[in-house]
Write a protein that binds this ligand. Structure first.
Ligand code: GDD
Ligand code: MN
Length: 369
């Protein structure tokens, strides 16, 4: 990259584009209008759009000296495009937004003000008071909410944010200076939240507008990419190994349960259903202890609240048992599945239930730091 003699900008605005030829001039104009008096650079990163957006970006870059056009050979996703552009961003503050004007440029100054005010990341949110979305059908709303739930489940650090999947946000460059960003798909903010270094986040309400020209690239493939991305983030953030630990503890509980059932019945001579009641409860308690000391060690720094957690975990396991039995009976009786196979499905569903509710309730994440 040749060294530029121009003074360093205060803000780098990064805009990924794919087939946005009609929107791009409007965006450039909108950003210019809302950032009057601010020294900024606008970085367009285009993935060889068939409609010629890249060429148009080059032309605009000749006309506006603060506009830079970057090109990648093929469509490789919104989030990786932003990571690519970050290498070229020179300002201490970065703002990421879409090209299609669904992210209103008038909001940029508010985001920047929050950063100057001490926030590490400022997110334009659809879901804080006064935020919203225009013209979304039930299906897109449902998918959006489902995606958000999954992010809370797999990325605990986002639990107190209302819109961790927003594509419109600003941040201090230093947040990502040590981070190895490696996202797939659309959710660049999620990647930065997991891998970046930050303390203070502020959310600013905005209304997600309707697309003026062209159409959204968010299709089935992006939903699949999103799940892939979450898996990666689970590994990076330690949540994948947490789930594994939880499963191992569960398996140990089965051993405790069966062992005790045998000893109490055969050695102590109790009626087998009485032994079963004891061994089930003891295995729940041993699972609880192991989860407390191992699986959720990072969330249980003291014994404070341990009785509450134990009660919750007991309730969760009772729920799991009911789910297990209902699935076992339904698959076997209604669908004629072999009962041992039904049992596997029952166990899988109960494990998932136990895990989700444990993570979100019994050992709920208590905040950053
Ligand atoms: N370079 C590049 N490569 N850009 C892309 C690609 C790609 O593969 N895919 C999409 N883009 C660009 C689009 O041109 C647009 O500027 C922006 O990324 C968003 O794409 P849309 O297809 O318009 O996405 P959306 O409106 O459905 O969803 C957006 O808004 C949501 C709410 O803030 C995204 O930003 C979501 O991540 C976000 O949750
Ligand atoms: Mn859009």
């Amino acid at each position: 990259m040749p060294k530029s003699k121009r003074p360093h900008p205060e803000v780098s605005i990064i805009v990924p584009t794919y087939n946005e030829r009609e929107n791009l001039p409007l965006l450039v104009q909108g950003v210019g209008k809302s950032l009057k008096g601010v020294k900024y650079e606008l970085i367009i990163v285009d993935d060889n759009s068939p409609d010629g957006t890249g060429k148009l970006a080059d032309e605009l870059a000749k006309k506006f000296k603060n506009l830079k056009a970057l090109h990648r050979e093929e469509k490789k996703g919104l989030a990786p495009a932003v990571v690519y552009a970050l290498k070229y961003a020179r300002a201490p503050t970065v703002c990421v937004m879409d090209a299609d004007l669904q992210h209103p440029p008038e909001k940029i100054p508010e985001l920047l003000a929050e950063i100057s005010g001490g926030a590490d990341i400022a997110i334009a949110s659809r879901y804080v008071r006064k935020g919203g979305v225009k013209r979304w059908g039930k299906r897109r709303k449902f998918i959006s909410r489902g995606a958000e739930f999954l992010s809370r489940l797999t990325v605990p650090r986002v639990q107190e944010l209302t819109d961790p999947l927003s594509g419109f946000f600003a941040f201090k460059r230093e947040v990502v200076s040590d981070a190895e960003l490696n996202p797939v798909g659309f959710k660049i903010l999620l990647e930065i939240l997991v891998k970046g270094t930050w303390k203070k986040i502020v959310e600013v309400p905005y209304v997600f507008g309707k697309r003026v020209h062209g159409k959204s690239s968010l299709g089935f493939r992006e939903h699949f990419n999103y799940l892939r991305h979450l898996l990666r983030l689970m590994r990076a953030g330690g949540e994948a190994s947490r789930f594994l630990k939880f499963c191992l503890v569960g398996a140990s509980g089965v051993v405790v349960n069966l062992g005790l059932l045998w000893i109490l019945t055969e050695v102590a001579g109790l009626f087998y259903l009485v032994s079963a009641a004891f061994s089930i409860e003891i295995s729940i308690l041993s699972n609880f202890a192991l989860n407390e000391l191992w699986t959720f060690r990072d969330r249980t720094r003291s014994t404070k609240g341990i009785l509450k957690r134990a009660t919750k975990f007991n309730l969760i396991c009772v729920g799991g048992l009911v789910i297990n039995l209902v699935i076992l009976a339904a698959l076997t009786e209604l669908l004629g599945v072999y009962y041992m196979i039904s049992a596997l499905f029952g166990i899988a569903a109960a494990t998932l239930w136990n895990y989700v509710i444990s993570v979100m309730w019994a050992w709920r994440y208590a905040g950053v730091g």
